[in-house]
Write a protein that binds this ligand. Structure first.
Ligand code: TUI
Length: 314
């Protein structure tokens, strides 16, 4: 059994978080992950507070175990959702795509464990000062909104910059990735793409199939020009968007092209207009399986990998 300080802090069995993927990580997936021993996280994405409140209710009816909520800081509803997590007594809040400083005091007052995603040493230091419970260091191999640095480069620097427990994210989908993350100084991992293959993940069957069939060079980053780079599968949509981005389409038109694309992928499986967010590791996600099985399999593989590593020393 691999021990981790994050398990003791949060009262979970395995040091594995499920990423708060917008439109995807709903109460069903989050409850299944928490029941399976990890930390299930409901994604607020761009949804209003009422949606998040409802998802929290549903998840709480399905599991007594801790559940997290991810707040996407670019959302127009971020302020509203920031209050909902306080009102609903959520135990863990993760944040993404920005700097959550203005909410930290209120969340801490409410006894919430705040675990921001950081993509730089500067933000890691600031979050440590403001009282975060742990940090998620997410490298650009991840799906969705990406920072500049890779996981390999980011994680050890974040670990050196803070005393807090650090979870590694971006490019991790199995026990080898988990073991590597531990070697870099992380106490655990967050996985997104791997959980797209969970049986309890309710994305459109076309989305799931695309992940299961993905190969090594299947993802690309678009959106750099507007300041919000996003990694997704290299679909017709992604190629068209990239062409428009580098072909000089005006900002407003480019913005409009991306609007609603995530929902179209998740709910309709629309390969022409949908944006299928995915990490680079999709190629290693091979089959659909229950979330609980993903968790136990990753931990078992990690134990084997770390056990083998111990034998390398003569
Ligand atoms: O947030 C994510 N992944 C996401 S958010 C999302 S929705 C979206 N839609 C349109 C445009 C952009 C996003 C889809 N996927 N992951 C966590 C994450 N946070 N990765 C990187 C960061 C990050 C980057 C810079 C966090 C903080 C940061 O700096 C903030 C600052 O002000 O210093």
């Amino acid at each position: 059994m691999i021990k981790s300080e994050i398990c003791e802090l949060l009262g979970i069995k395995y040091p594995i978080f499920q990423g708060g993927m917008a439109w995807i990580a709903d109460s069903r997936l989050a409850a299944a992950v928490s029941e399976g021993g990890g930390l299930g996280i409901i994604a607020a994405g761009n949804a209003p507070g009422s949606y998040v409140r409802e998802q929290i209710y549903i998840a709480k009816a399905q599991t007594q175990k801790p559940i997290g909520v991810n707040i996407m800081l670019l959302s127009p509803y971020a302020d509203e959702v920031a209050n909902v997590v306080i009102e609903e007594g959520v135990q863990v809040v993760t944040t993404g795509a920005g700097n959550p400083s203005k909410y930290m005091e209120a969340w801490k007052q409410a006894g919430i464990h705040v675990i921001p995603v950081v993509a730089s040493v500067a933000l890691a230091k600031l979050m440590t000062r403001l009282g975060a419970s742990a940090l998620i260091a997410e490298g650009g191999e991840s799906g969705g909104h990406v920072g500049e640095l890779t996981t390999m480069v980011l994680v050890p620097q974040i670990c050196d910059a803070t005393e807090l427990p650090v979870l590694a994210a971006g490019g991790i989908a199995d026990g080898r990735g988990f073991a590597a993350a531990r070697m870099l100084g992380a106490c655990g991992v967050q996985m997104g793409t791997r959980f797209l293959s969970a049986r309890e993940c309710t994305i459109h069957p076309t989305y799931k199939e695309k992940i299961l069939k993905a190969t090594d060079l299947c993802t690309m980053v678009t959106g750099k020009r507007l300041g919000h780079p996003v990694r997704s599968l290299r679909t017709q949509f992604a190629r068209d968007y990239s062409k428009a981005e580098y072909g000089g389409m005006p900002d407003e038109e480019l913005e409009a092209l991306g609007t609603g694309a995530l929902r179209l992928a998740v709910q309709e499986g629309d390969t022409k207009k949908g944006c299928f967010l995915s990490g680079q590791i999709a190629a290693m996600v091979k089959k659909e399986q229950p979330a609980a099985e993903i968790l136990s399999e990753v931990m078992e593989e990690a134990e084997q990998a770390l056990g083998e590593a111990a034998g390398w020393i003569g």
